[in-house]
Design a protein. Structure first.
Length: 386
């Protein structure tokens, strides 16, 4: 067993746990699978995307690294929040003996932690391996016990051949597979900076990287999608407010119309009384015969007719304004559906920009194709463009 000696600051940081206070849970989350009630694993979206990118970029290689974040405890409930990833710099011997952690590997990891994630501590590790056999699983268990002891030290294992990804926690002497986890979203600038730095370094040393080449576009597209969601919520609020205003105006117009009818009846009754007909009541209607010779309606009748005409005109405008929306809906459904074949480096937002000119139909394309994870497309996948 290799004993790793680090400075006191890193040693204290690795044991950092928030206790006694309410757990600070992120707002924007997506639960994957069934999450345990007393032990929960949270992983930030940028960190999750980076792990899977480096794993499936070279599926035949064995790769490993550490998970960075913090542990929080509230009573019997324990949560681990993963916010950063450091890929271990493994030598050429990884081809013979698989993933490993020695003093040289740990020195490189702690150097990157101090540079990119000074406020986070090691909360676990990950490994991407082609074909996870029982023998390899036993070796991974030994690596976990030698380097990541602790009940809440998390292990994320990716089988690049079977394309299976699972989280593990060490319980009762075994690495126990967890049934689910929670992915959360936030502006993780530290992880973005690390991803971009790794991408530039990889390009200068080994040539173009097909997956990391698109990381900058993914970050920008996610920010644009976030802004679109904010604008959509704002427009929804404005539309709701306008509907309420229109309803209030319509109710007031109806009330005014009823008042005008009562006023017209009162004027008619008053005219009858002034003409000497004492038997007339407010409910009686005075018959008016159209006579030749330039006889015009009374001022009250003119006012009533004007009010009724204005109400009818307002209603006509409202009805005609709804007709173009219906025509647009019929025209939209008549469009033909196109199909696009996914290529290396494609994203949903990139495809929408190419065919629609902007990203406004991203959510519609995702829903139309029943895509569960818009960040994971495979080459040759057929995307229907409504």
């Amino acid at each position: 067993m290799i004993e790793i000696i680090c400075n006191e600051e890193n040693s204290d940081k690795s044991k950092q746990v928030t206790r006694g206070a309410a757990i600070r849970r992120p707002k924007n989350i997506k639960q994957i699978g069934e999450v345990s009630s007393d032990k929960k694993i949270y992983i930030e979206d940028y960190a999750f995307t980076y792990i899977n990118s480096i794993a499936y970029n070279n599926p035949s290689d064995s790769q490993a690294g550490v998970l960075l974040g913090e542990n929080q405890t509230d009573g019997d409930e324990k949560c681990v929040f993963i916010k950063g990833i450091i890929k271990a710099k493994l030598g050429t011997e990884v081809e013979e003996k698989g993933v490993y952690f020695n003093e040289s590997v740990w020195n490189g990891i702690y150097s990157d932690v101090e540079k990119y994630f000074p406020d986070l501590s090691v909360v676990g590790w990950f490994a991407a391996i082609p074909e996870v056999t029982p023998e390899r699983m036993m070796k991974l268990k030994k690596i976990h016990l030698d380097n990541f002891a602790g009940t809440m030290k998390t292990f994320y294992l990716i089988d690049t051949v079977e394309k299976e990804e699972n989280f593990y926690l060490y319980e009762n002497g075994e690495l126990k597979k967890q049934k689910g986890y929670v992915c959360f979203y936030e502006r993780n600038y530290e992880m973005q900076e690390y991803m971009l730095e790794r991408r530039e370094r990889k390009s200068s040393e080994d040539g173009p990287d097909k997956v990391m080449k698109s990381i900058r576009n993914i970050i920008r597209e996610k920010e644009e999608l976030h802004e679109q969601k904010k604008n959509a919520r704002f427009m929804y609020g404005v539309s709701t407010f306008m509907v309420i205003v229109i309803l209030v105006i319509g109710i007031n117009l109806m009330n005014n119309y009823q008042k005008m009818k009562k006023f017209d009846k009162s004027i008619s009754s008053l005219i009858v009384q002034m003409s000497g007909n004492d038997t007339a009541t407010q409910e009686e209607v005075v018959p008016v015969n159209k006579l030749e010779g330039g006889v015009y309606p009374t001022e009250a009748e003119t006012t009533s007719q004007t009010a009724v005409t204005s109400v009818v005109s307002t209603e006509n405008v409202t009805v005609t304004a709804a007709q173009p929306v219906e025509e647009q809906t019929v025209a939209a459904t008549a469009n033909e559906v196109k199909t696009y074949t996914v290529k290396a480096g494609d994203t949903i937002m990139g495809i929408c920009k190419k065919y629609y000119g902007d990203t406004s139909k991203c959510n519609e394309v995702i829903t139309y194709n029943n895509i569960k994870d818009e960040n994971f497309l495979y080459i040759g996948q057929q995307i229907k463009l409504p």
